[in-house]
Design a protein around this ligand. Structure first.
Ligand SMILES: NC(=O)c1ccc[n+]([C@@H]2O[C@H](COP(=O)([O-])OP(=O)(O)OC[C@H]3O[C@@H](n4cnc5c(N)ncnc54)[C@H](OP(=O)(O)O)[C@@H]3O)[C@@H](O)[C@H]2O)c1
Length: 208
């Protein structure tokens, strides 16, 4: 549910629109895209739809720990998922631990950092891939899954989609996990969701 669609009535209307677009009777999972705008009212609408069985699970995206905990303590339904930027250069171990403590499943968007920071030619990931006869993309997905992170890689190419699904026949060693852990920069490869200029831009008002 995009930022401009927050609010209780708007959220329910957008849910109906999504159902019609998809040609479905219910949704498996529906997420609040950002903790911006009147997302509390959206959450109340989503809790209602969830209670009526029209959504099987409801969740959030791009919620920093403070926003996540605030939403949890003031509402009835704990988000099933928090979809956040997670990849070798932004690993979010502490955020994942907090989510675990609250029963929220971390899900990675941008598992390949969309190729930023030369991810697909990174020497450590390439060497680990060679040791297993796997690509860098497969190493990254295996590493995330081994960390209990749900992954949603994107590709428009069928061969890469097949490659990205073929990651369940190998495991990374403790040493390999440690080497990948050392690639963490602790920061986003995209932008800071808390930057006021970005908040304004996302909300539809540019600040130059
Ligand atoms: N909640 C949010 O705020 C948010 C933000 C961003 C993204 N997302 C979601 O996250 C999902 C994935 O993220 P993303 O698309 O941003 O980034 P991503 O999955 O990290 O990277 C996608 C890029 O990697 C390439 N790629 C995919 N598989 C590959 C492979 N095996 N080998 C080499 N290159 C490969 C793709 O190219 P080709 O397509 O040409 O193969 C594409 O350029 C999407 O479903 C997206 O909607 C959510």
């Amino acid at each position: 549910m995009w930022i401009q669609h927050t609010g209780k009535d708007t959220a329910k209307r957008e849910y109906d629109k999504s159902l019609r677009s998809l040609g479905l009777d219910y949704l498996d999972l529906y997420l609040v895209h950002q903790p911006l705008g009147d997302y509390y009212s959206s959450w109340h609408a989503m809790q209602d739809l969830y209670g009526e069985g029209l959504i099987k699970a409801i969740g959030v995206s791009n919620f920093h720990p403070d926003r996540l905990v605030d939403l949890i303590i003031h509402n009835d339904v704990v988000p099933a998922v928090n979809q956040v930027e997670t990849h070798p250069f932004h690993q979010r171990a502490a955020d994942q631990q907090l989510m675990r403590e609250h029963g929220v499943q971390i899900e990675s968007w941008g598992p390949f950092a969309e190729g930023r920071n030369d991810l697909f030619t990174n020497p450590v990931l390439t060497e680990i891939g060679a040791a297993h006869g796997k690509s860098v993309a497969q190493v990254v997905l295996c590493w995330l899954i081994q960390r209990d992170v749900v992954v949603i890689p994107k590709s428009v190419r069928p061969a890469r989609m097949a490659q990205n699904l073929d990651v369940f026949d190998f495991d990374l060693t403790d040493d390999e996990m440690t080497r990948i852990a050392a690639l963490d920069t602790g920061t986003s490869m995209f932008f800071d969701h808390r930057d006021p200029a970005m908040v304004s831009w996302l909300g539809g008002r540019r600040v130059d």
